[in-house]
Ligand binder design. Structure first.
Ligand code: FEO
Length: 170
């Protein structure tokens, strides 16, 4: 049985992941509106991944006899004034999500909850990848974003991103 402190954090993470999906959908909308459909596609797929993350937390709780309460998801309220803004925001957001995963990990460690630690290991690795992807994207935009032809090529490359289901199956 999960300790309440651990279960509560896992439950809150469902909401955080769904908010992440919302945030990325909002970024996707921004780019489609600016005719950068490749960037829009990239963030739409990112949103699908966040929804998957939420489902993994939900399923883990269900598998451990916890019925998660689902709270309201905040509306995304960021204002973007440049093509770079969402990329910088995405990196900051992933760093924040890493801090949330680390906090659950610390609570599970305190509780000697080895099952939850093993479940969270996937997310620890995933956050490393998410931060790297966001940071690489921002770095590449800073290199190429101000040149129209390079931006066009970067947008085309981002348009080729396809969805793949998470490697973690519960
Ligand atoms: Fe679910 Fe991008 O972290």
């Amino acid at each position: 049985m999960l300790k309440k402190e651990v279960a509560d954090l896992l439950e809150q993470q469902i909401n955080k992941e769904l908010y992440s999906a919302y945030l990325y959908l909002d970024m996707s909308n921004y780019y489609y509106d600016k005719n950068l459909d490749g960037f829009g596609n990239w963030f739409k797929i990112q949103a699908q991944e966040e929804r998957d993350h939420a489902m993994l937390f939900l399923t883990y709780l269900q598998n451990n006899d916890v019925c998660p309460k689902l709270g309201a998801i905040d509306a995304p309220d960021k204002v973007y004034n440049s093509f770079r803004d969402p990329l910088a925001e995405a990196l900051a957001h992933e760093q924040y999500v890493t801090s949330l995963i680390n906090a659950i990990y610390a609570e599970a460690m305190k509780a000697n909850d080895f099952r939850t630690l093993q479940f969270l290991d996937w997310f620890v690795k995933e956050q490393g990848e998410e931060e790297k992807n966001s940071s690489d994207l921002l770095g590449r935009f800073d290199l190429f974003g101000s040149d129209a032809k390079s931006l066009y090529a970067l947008d085309a490359e981002m348009g080729a991103r396809t969805y793949s289901a998470p490697s973690l199956v519960l």
